[in-house]
Design a protein around this ligand. Structure first.
Ligand SMILES: C[S@@+](CC[C@H](N)C(=O)[O-])C[C@H]1O[C@@H](n2cnc3c(N)ncnc32)[C@H](O)[C@@H]1O
Length: 331
């Protein structure tokens, strides 16, 4: 790779070298951005939200448990879905809650409100303020753009610059807050190794948690932890259900696993999705065979549900996602 100053954009035959964070921001959220497209995330990949209504039912249970712990009197319980996609999770949770539960549902999403959508769902690009309840962010933080560092042949971590066609080259040495974050959370290793600079996710998560006056904030994502970071990073692309080369031209998702340990605030807990859903009663246990003869319809329904639960908690699949559980004591 060749080097170029990271703070200078170079236009050569239409090719512009920019930092990855800027490139991904434009590719995902610019006017022609991937997440502005009409098909939405569900047109390209399947999250836990799309996999089964059991997921929304589990979040509904978590909302009710969170409500029980709120300081009295509780007249309204907020459910804030950050990175709400097309409102699928909120729609599912509203359907799973008992009649009369005093929920107020907020979708926080950069894409425009889809139609039709349950009129009870409030839709905004901005977080609400001063609400109490549950904030939930499924596969949001991995889509907060970050810069990428690569260690050069002399052992110096440098910014990776990228063009809209996905070609890369190295820029300036990593400095300032970026270098400090790497040093603390993802210390550079030998030449050729790479790391994603995660502080923009830490900041985004802190801002999301701050919108709660009391309750619980949950982020669910692909993750890695200090001491076990992937040596070449995780930046990748997704399009139409397939993993693809990350080309920041708006044609694919640009994503990287999240260092949730650096996002975690005081009192936070990190657990696997398998464990988090088990606590919420999602087990994947097959129904007893005897049910097949006494009530074949109920048996078939329970069997299908067990299959969906198994997908949500599968090792090597959705079950390996991590839940960051961040309690917010009453302020
Ligand atoms: C991978 S999708 C996940 C959608 C949904 N949560 C799910 O699990 O199916 C990530 C979503 O986060 C949204 N997003 C990214 N950054 C955001 C931000 N700063 N504020 C609000 N939404 C954001 C994107 O537009 C996209 O719809």
């Amino acid at each position: 790779m060749t080097y170029q100053a990271a703070n200078e954009s170079e236009h050569t035959g239409g090719a512009e070298w920019v930092l990855w964070r800027e490139a991904a921001e434009r590719a995902l959220y610019g006017p022609e951005g991937f997440y502005r497209r009409p098909e939405g995330p569900a047109g390209h990949f399947r999250t836990s939200v799309h996999a089964s209504p059991l997921y929304a039912a589990a979040v509904a249970r978590l909302l009710r448990e969170t409500a029980e712990d709120l300081p009295a009197p509780v007249t309204e319980v907020a459910l804030v879905d950050v990175g709400a996609g097309r409102g699928e999770l909120l729609t599912g949770v509203l359907a799973a809650l008992p009649d009369g539960f005093p929920v107020r549902a907020y979708a926080v999403e950069r894409a425009v409100r889809p139609a039709p959508l349950d009129p009870r769902i409030e839709w905004s690009e901005r977080l609400p303020h001063g609400v109490s309840g549950l904030l939930f962010a499924n596969e949001w933080l991995d889509n907060i753009p970050v810069d990428v560092a690569e260690v050069d042949d002399s052992g110096v971590p440098r910014y990776v610059l990228v063009r809209a066609d996905g070609e890369e080259r190295l820029g300036d040495p990593v400095a300032g807050a970026d270098a400090a974050w790497l040093g603390r959370w993802w210390p550079p290793a030998g030449p050729g190794t790479r790391a994603e600079i995660g502080w923009p996710r830490d900041a985004a998560w802190a801002a999301a948690v701050a919108c709660l006056d009391a309750g619980l904030a949950v982020a669910v994502d692909y993750t890695h932890r200090a001491g076990d970071r992937p040596p070449f990073g995780t930046l990748t692309g997704f399009s139409r259900g397939r993993e693809v080369r990350p080309v920041p031209d708006g044609g694919c998702d640009i994503t990287a696993h999240v260092a949730l340990d650096s996002c975690a605030g005081p009192g936070a807990e990190l657990v696997s999705q398998r464990e988090a859903l088990r606590r919420l009663g999602v087990s994947g246990t097959r129904p007893p065979l005897a049910l097949a003869s006494t009530d074949p319809t109920a048996y078939m329904r329970a069997l299908a549900s067990a299959g969906e639960a198994a997908e949500l908690i599968a090792p090597g699949g959705l079950g390996d996602f991590t839940w960051l559980l961040q309690p917010v004591p009453a302020r």
